[in-house]
Write a protein that binds this ligand. Structure first.
Ligand SMILES: [Zn+2]
Length: 424
């Protein structure tokens, strides 16, 4: 007798209906005869995917819409406006906002997340202190990984390197930099890698977040990755400058990303919102070339980044919004491309976060989502509610839909009004 049986599931690659059996928090079998189970859930031909994985979200500066009224016109302005708001943050305030965002993400089927916490002379370690206890609090529903992130720079914000070191000692899982917001990008990247090697942790950069290819710090990150032997342990977010390179140069960078096994995180809501601000006509999209990266074999994650702050005034923390958005923004409308996009919120970010035993095979951790639709393409084209979320074999979220179409209950159809000017 197994713990839980999901009957008649559709997997993302389609095919026949299968039963998914769960035992001791793991997938025991996929397909075959339905074994006896203590709990049986009729999935009834709906889509089942592994749990959604959020590769990049700022919990500490989310939900600032009630205190920052000014809107940002550029990334630099968003950094400045948020930097001012940060001076008023307290541990309790950060934790309360982080909880609200985690709750939103979990309700939408997210079972793992990489959160960035800002480490700088303004906040010192208070963002980490606020969010660190949430790892244990939310563990039954979501695995939270925390990146100690130098948003304000390292060299231009003296003291930050020491604070990053303390953050890694105190329990941050990885280290993150932002070379475009510093006085010496190369040195910034060197410091981040030195910390990564000293603490044996992964690296995540915000990088090349401009319209024109005027920085291309990604090349320095590629070099540093190879030098450190950190292949498969580095992710870069934004990378919007790549889209502005001529195709042969773009291909060269993409080939180097493949060789260094660096993952790319597109942040389409922020990128669409803050890029192209200098364009008066034919406003560019400012999104990294998602399709070309995927086709070359680069792991690509679509991630939320910000939820309602000067960087991104909208946000639901629902990852299903992002493949929907990318279908139109990145011109990926075929069924095959939509399936590729579903992977950008599941298998690709799982690889970047190096989540152990992730997937739908026997032996994988039973972190699963049941979508109220029949195919992977439907999940992208018409993001439906996530009816069930399962973490380590336990149902964590049940979503019931209730729609009453009361207009259909009208006893009689009212007579059509007479057409003006026509005899009755
Ligand atoms: Zn970010």
């Amino acid at each position: 007798m197994i713990d839980l049986l999901l009957r008649e599931c559709v997997l993302p690659d389609g095919g026949t209906l299968v039963h998914v059996a769960i035992e001791d928090g793991r997938i025991a079998s996929v397909g075959g005869e339905a074994p006896a189970a203590r709990e049986v859930i009729e999935v009834d031909g709906r889509l089942v995917t592994p749990g959604l994985v959020e590769a990049h979200l700022h919990l500490d500066k989310a939900l600032l819409h009630d205190r920052v009224s000014a809107t940002a016109g550029t990334a630099a302005e968003a950094i400045r406006l948020t930097g001012e708001a940060k001076r008023g943050f307290t541990v309790e305030d950060i934790r309360a906002r982080a909880r609200r965002v985690l709750d939103m993400a979990i309700a939408a089927g997210t079972t793992a997340m990489r959160g960035h916490v800002e480490i700088d002379p303004i906040l010192e370690l208070s963002a980490l202190e606020a969010v660190l206890p949430l790892k244990a609090e939310y563990a039954p529903a979501l695995d939270l990984q925390l990146c100690a992130f130098a948003q304000e720079g390292i060299l231009q914000a003296p003291g930050t390197e020491g604070l990053l070191r303390r953050a890694l000692t105190r329990g941050a899982d990885l280290v993150g930099g932002c070379p475009y917001n510093d006085t010496d990008a190369r040195k910034h990247i060197e410091i981040v890698f030195a910390l990564a090697q000293a603490f044996d942790v992964d690296v995540d950069f915000h990088i090349d977040f401009f319209d024109e290819p005027e920085h291309l710090h990604v090349r320095d990150v590629i070099e540093a990755t190879l030098r450190a032997g950190w292949q498969g342990r580095v992710s870069v977010g934004h990378l919007t400058e790549l889209a502005a390179l001529p195709i042969p140069d773009q291909d060269a960078v993409i080939a180097d990303l493949v060789a260094a096994r660096i993952g790319v995180i597109a942040l389409p809501t922020t990128d669409l919102y803050l890029m192209g601000r200098g364009d008066v006509m034919n406003v560019r999209r400012g999104i990294t070339p998602i399709r070309r990266l995927l086709e070359a074999g680069v792991p690509v994650a679509l991630a939320t980044n910000n939820v309602r702050n000067p960087f991104t005034p909208v946000g639901t923390a629902d990852l299903a919004d992002l493949p929907f958005l990318a279908t139109v923004a990145a011109h990926m409308g075929s069924a095959r491309e939509m399936r590729m996009l579903l992977d950008t919120i599941t298998v690709h970010p799982a690889r970047m976060l190096r989540l152990p035993d992730y997937g739908l095979s026997p032996g994988c951790r039973a972190n699963l989502v049941v979508w109220d639709c029949a195919t992977a393409e439907d999940a992208v084209a018409t993001p439906p509610p996530r009816l069930l979320s399962i973490k380590d074999g336990r149902v964590t979220i049940e979503h019931e839909r209730r729609l009453r179409e009361r207009w259909r209950l009208c006893p009689t159809t009212p007579a059509s009004p007479p057409i003006v000017g026509q005899p009755p």
